[in-house]
Design a binder for this molecule. Structure first.
Ligand code: SME
Length: 159
């Protein structure tokens, strides 16, 4: 049984604890789908105010839905489309305070109002993107983006 109780006072400490928990979850496990599934569960259980947390994988130059928590979502996203596609095409984190103002945003869940998407890259190649959605406008800050980038760095060795 895994029972991570993460109750840190500030965001940076919380992401450090999440990173430690994620390292423990993926240690010695080579299966990327299993590791993404546990990562999605950890993020979903730890971070408040999310309505979706999960992965799109780079499958032959197209984003394809991976393990997630939340409502059923769009399955395929071309590079360059929406927030996930922008992260995939640019290999840069996308921090979006108001998804309705983002050109081409793909509304998988009408409840989403803000989003952060972090590319997971190994040896310059995109493996997947980590996508978090919130019903709260401007839910994600630079600290969240940096915290998610730490998680993505761990996953770049584990998926
Ligand atoms: N809103 C995303 C699509 C994926 S879902 O939010 C799960 C986007 O514009 O890329």
């Amino acid at each position: 049984m895994y029972d991570f109780r993460i109750d840190a006072g500030d965001k940076a400490a919380m992401y450090d604890e999440m990173a430690a928990a994620l390292e423990a979850l993926v240690a010695g496990e080579p299966d990327g789908i299993a590791n993404m599934a546990n990562a999605a569960a950890l993020i979903w259980e730890t971070l408040p105010d999310l309505n979706w947390a999960g992965f799109y994988r780079n499958v032959g130059g197209e984003l394809v839905l991976g393990p997630f928590q939340g409502r059923a979502a769009c399955i395929r996203i071309p590079f360059g489309k929406g927030v996930c596609g922008a992260a995939a095409a640019s290999l840069e984190t996308q921090l979006v305070e108001d998804v309705h103002a983002f050109p081409g945003h793909i509304a998988c869940d009408a409840a989403s109002n803000s989003e952060v998407v972090v590319p997971i890259v190994r040896d310059g190649q995109l493996l997947a993107v980590l996508d978090l959605d919130s019903p709260k406008t401007a839910r994600f800050t630079k600290e969240d983006a940096e915290g998610c980038e730490k998680l993505a760095a761990i996953l770049s060795r584990a998926i």
